[in-house]
Structures are given as C-alpha cells and as structure tokens.
Design a protein around this ligand. Sequence first.
Ligand code: ZN
Length: 339
Amino acid sequence: MEEKIHKIKEEFISKSEIANNIKDIEKLRIEYLGRKGVLTLLLRMLGTLSSEERPKIGQLLNQTKREIEDFLKTRIKEIEKAERDKRLQEESIDVTLPGRRLDRGNLHPITLVLKKIEEIFFSLGFKLEEGPEVELDYYNFEALNIPKDHPARDDQDSFYINREILLRTHTSPVEIRVMEKQQPPVRMIAIGRCYRRDAADSTHSPMFHQIEGLAVDEDITFGDLKGVLTVFVHRMFGEDRKVRFRPGYFPFTEPSAEVDVSCLLCQGKGCRACGYTGWLEIMGSGMTDPAVFQMVGYDSEKYSGFAFGMGAERIAMLKYGINDIRLFFENDLRFLKQF
Ligand SMILES: [Zn+2]
C-alpha cells in the first residue's frame, strides 16, 4: 500500500511537469483530488484497512494530498508567470522604430491675418466689439449717413431679407451700435463676415471678412489717424513699407482717405501687380462725419474721431502674395497647408 501511494505521487509529479497550461493542471487536480480522484478513492478505502495499518496509511495519504495540493499551486504560479512573460514579449515596443507621423492642422490664412490685426490694435489700446451679421437697414446704411436714395447704396449691392433687414455689407454698423451704448472716449475694432451681391472672381467674393476701427475722443485729429494706420502698416507688412494717404470719398467720413502701401514686388518702382503705380490700396479711412455723431447723440462740437475699414482677404492676399480670393474658400489642403 505504501509503495502504491509513493508511485501515485511520482506519477503525478511527472505528469504535472508535462502539463504546461492552466487547463491541463485543472485536469490533473480532478484526476487526483477530485470526487472520484485517485487519492480520494484511496482515502475512502481507509475504513477497510486493519486497525494497525490505518493510522500510518492515513497519515501518508493526507501528507501526499497536501504535497500534491502545494505542488499544483506552485505549478499554477509558474504557468501564469510564463504566460505573462510571453505576452509582454509579444506586446513590447521597439522604441528604435520611427513613429507614425500625426497629420497636424494649422490655422487658416484669414484667421492668421485677423489674429495679427487684433494683436496690433489691442497693443494700441483698441477693444474688440461685435455686432450681428443679419442687420437692420438703419444700422447698415441710414445711421451711417447713407439714406435710401443715396448713390453709395449702388456700390454695395446687398442681400435683403425684407425691406428693413439685410446681411450686413460692412462692419461699420458695429460702430453705430457701440456709440449708441457708450459715451466717448471710444477705441474699438470690429471684425467679422460681410456680404455683398458680387459674382465670385479673382478679387470678389459674396462673403468676405472686414475689419473696422473707430476712435472718438476730444481733440482727435487727422494726425492721429495717420499715426495709428502707419503703425498698423509697418507692423503688418514690415517697417520698410511706405504708406500713402490719398483723398477719397465715403458717406460716413469727412475728409476721407484711401490708404496705400508701397508695392512689395517692385519696391515702389511699378509692376504688373500694382498696375505700374508702385502702390497697393489696402483700406479706406477718414474723420467721422459730424452727421454720424448726430445720429448717435454725440456732441460733434466737443468730440471728433477717425474710422477705418479694410478687407481681411485683401490684406492676406498682399501679405502672402495670393492672386485669387477664391483660394481662401475652396478648402484645398494643398493651399491651406502653406501657412
Ligand atoms: Zn509693384
């Protein structure tokens, strides 16, 4: 009997060394320790042994059972560790391989230009103001000294929603809305989308972005206008660019001036891009017309101010050398990734 038990133990050990996964170990456990297991059956037979043999064999059987249980536990740990090591090996990363490159986005050229414009005017003490894109005829035209029959309305063919409501044709109505709410001093810029019924071509788009600025205070002069806009041109296009103020006409400013910057391509000598003039027009400006101040209830004897307006697309075209405005709105990544 004792010999039989030793044999069972040896047989178990050799089998368990072959078993190299948890499933096989579980099978072994059932084979030896399960309800009908080899050892379980022997333990049940104890009762049939003689009273001299019983304690000795009983002790040996119990000891063998414990040894087998311990052995199984150890084996399970070994197998689990081996499986874990194998998995880590498989999942390990070769840090010397080159990484997969992520496609990085970048800001749209118009956004870049608008951010730059904001930065320049913020540094000069101007504050950002906003207004609606769907605007009343009153704010878009009448309060800006452009009554219903005014010829200037022809220059700004508009998208009307009804007789009194339209998509704003410029950001100037924001000036009126700000002045209605606030007494001078005012130093503001407004940036946003504007709409005109223009057929799209290389220089026109029915939707475009405008930047508008206004400063109102006591003793604001044309010299202030020239100073601020010259600083703007130098920071936007470079210190070496020349600025020219040319008489112009806008219904809401008097006197008015078109602002030109010396041509980057020919350095002012004259080329195709500048129409052989050496100059490129970048914005309109002027001293706010007293009629506009009267509309918002400002004392035009006490206060004076200047205003300016420019198209973000035109500024971006001149800054980056782009010759077709439609490129900004076609969402062609080959174009957009260059900025
Ligand atoms: Zn030129």
